[in-house]
Design a protein around this ligand. Structure first.
Ligand SMILES: [Zn+2]
Ligand SMILES: [Zn+2]
Length: 265
């Protein structure tokens, strides 16, 4: 068991769903990625946020063709952070499209082959945590593609959006927010699935939680990041793990999360 199981599961069940006029959620069972850009707009500019697992490559290419047409490519790829389930297809896709990959400055060492992520704490989760040594913790090397996100918070190819530094899960973790319609791509800062249990990943049992325990670095910072995202009062919250939350449910669920936050390790 380990990431092989996740890959098989994701291969069998990969699906795409347009969750706002501008955002298409790519669901790879264990993890989500996002296409951001209105497929009906004239220029059809779009950006890929995260890249799923190693075998998510073909599904992403097919979905891009379906939504944006043949011979189209994103302006760039943006990574919320460099964990294996978010960067799985980044090497192949960035080569295929010949596009830059944007990350937060502090995530740079993990995507330029300089550093590996710290090993998770196996005492902090259940089944997945026990398997975590089999999860790849090694950073990848996309030195020739990677670009640091603009300091002013803007995201190339995503007008109206800004990136927000939400450290804790990893030191250079980011979330993405569009003020106008209050759409939040939370990344791993907030999950709507209890990820520490393999069974809930498979059955997609919904439960609001903070970042996945088994691979988070700094809980103090993770809590601050959750509080900040809550203060944005998103109308739709799109997590990397679990299903989207909408409107009233968000406030209700984030209140539940805040009451849990203090009990976190
Ligand atoms: Zn992660
Ligand atoms: Zn993740």
């Amino acid at each position: 068991m380990g990431n092989k199981l996740l890959e098989i599961l994701s291969f069998m069940t990969a699906s795409a769903e347009q969750v706002t006029p501008e955002v298409t959620l790519l669901d790879f069972a264990a993890v989500n990625a996002f296409l951001v850009g209105d497929p009906l707009s004239d220029g059809k500019e779009f950006v890929l946020v995260d890249t799923g697992l190693e075998n998510s490559y073909n599904f992403i290419l097919e979905t891009v063709k379906k939504y944006y047409g043949r011979d189209t490519k994103p302006q760039c790829i943006v990574l919320t952070h460099g964990h294996f389930d978010h960067v799985g297809s980044v090497i192949k896709l960035s080569e295929h499209w010949n596009v830059p990959v944007y990350v937060h400055e502090l995530e740079l060492p993990y995507v330029t082959g300089k550093m590996d992520y710290p090993l998770g704490n196996p005492n902090q989760g259940e089944e997945i945590a026990q398997m975590s040594p089999s999860f790849p913790h090694t950073g990848i090397d996309i030195s020739h593609r990677v670009v640091i996100l603009p300091q002013d918070g803007k995201i190339p190819g995503m007008p109206g959006w800004r990136w927000i530094h939400t450290p804790g899960h990893t030191r250079g973790h980011i979330s993405l927010f569009k003020e106008l319609d209050r759409v939040l791509i939370a990344g791993d800062a907030i999950s709507t699935i209890k990820q520490e249990s393999m069974w809930s990943v498979i059955t997609k049992k919904e439960e609001i939680s903070g970042p996945p325990n088994y691979m988070s670095e700094d809980w103090g910072k993770a809590k601050e990041s959750i509080m900040y995202l809550k203060s944005l009062e998103p109308a739709i919250l799109l997590p990397s793990h679990g299903k989207p939350l909408r409107n009233l449910k968000i406030k209700e669920q984030l209140d539940v999360l805040m009451s849990k936050v203090d009990k976190m390790p």
